[in-house]
Design a protein around this ligand. Sequence first.
Ligand SMILES: NC(=O)c1ccc[n+]([C@@H]2O[C@H](COP(=O)([O-])OP(=O)(O)OC[C@H]3O[C@@H](n4cnc5c(N)ncnc54)[C@H](O)[C@@H]3O)[C@@H](O)[C@H]2O)c1
Ligand SMILES: [Zn+2]
Ligand SMILES: [Zn+2]
Length: 364
Amino acid sequence: MVHKVQAVVVRAKNAPVTLETILVPDPGPGEALVDILTCGVCHTDLHYQQGAIGDSYPYLLGHEATGVVAAVGADVTNVKPGDRVILNWRAVCGECRACRRGEAQYCFNTFNATQKMTLEDGTELSPALGIGAFAEKTLVAAGQCTIVDADVDAAAVGLLGCGIMAGIGAAINTGGVTLGDSVAVIGCGGVGIAAIAGAKLAGATTIIAVDIDPKKVALAVSLGATHGIDSRETDAVEGIRALTGGFGADVVIDAVGRPETFTQAFYARDLAGTVVLVGVPSPEMTIELPLLEVFGRGGAIKSSWYGDCLPSRDFPMLVSHYKAGNLDLDAFVSERIGLGDIEEAFGRMQRGEVLRSVVEVVGA
Ligand SMILES: NC(=O)c1ccc[n+]([C@@H]2O[C@H](COP(=O)([O-])OP(=O)(O)OC[C@H]3O[C@@H](n4cnc5c(N)ncnc54)[C@H](O)[C@@H]3O)[C@@H](O)[C@H]2O)c1
Ligand SMILES: [Zn+2]
Ligand SMILES: [Zn+2]
């Protein structure tokens, strides 16, 4: 059977998103059909609309979601109908060279649904990050479903499905932030403030929030940063050094992903410190750095895909921290909107008015 559902699609580069009827097939072997409850609006959805990720239009947007499993295909054993799940974009294969060496968080061969969702005229959709959850139902690989407790706010925990996990993981998994570290985070959107929450969870004692928007800096300070820098007023590198005894921070996280913010991160870390790039650059961006500085500063320059997370390990653990009061996921839910409100939500994101707008799917 094919399900006709409402979903949010972008048909061409820079075209406004449209609410459309799409066709979602029943799950085949290894697949799960999921009734979507909530889906956060991530900057990566906007990157898809703007053509920064690829040219495989039409895209079915949305990828930061919770839902309830509606049906599963043959051979699926990890989930069953009725399970509350967070969708992930890292269904690991268990067999690639990363998985074989016990580093499944880097899996190079992750799974998505094999069958295609389509527009009513049969045009195949490209689901954002292999998910496509600004929809009443979506079809994913069963491994993209991670079971979590159902007795928590779906809108809050669903954010672990992308941006919040990416930020927390950038600090803890990729940056290796630990007790007593100094950490600076450049860019205080959902991802950056999540990196601040992650640094706090890991026991960092100095956490510096940097943004060009003073509202975001203030928000970051209210949510765990110990210091804030408005980088339109104060040079980010000088400011971070001044707050770390003149040395720079142990870990600097670029949660913007632009040449200027990456360069700030590079120079604002202490000797032997770590730079983590979690913001996603666009294809035309390049940087130039003196190679002697790259060598002389030592340490590590790392990028963080999805916070180097393992959904099966990290989602339930972070939900436990949320329930125990150690991680304030509610603070990331700025507003609850409908499927028809995405374009306006992109505007509010670009104007810095929200951390996360979360779509609640009506009728779910
Ligand atoms: N690596 C991953 O796995 C992953 C996952 C999710 C999102 N992302 C990426 O992370 C980035 C941030 O996402 P978000 O949802 O938090 O976006 P957002 O739009 O909510 O936040 C971006 C923040 O950066 C600030 N900013 C912009 N230019 C700046 C500059 N030059 N200096 C300092 N601050 C600046 C903005 O004021 C805003 O507060 C995006 O590039 C997104 O695609 C990466
Ligand atoms: Zn693998
Ligand atoms: Zn995302």
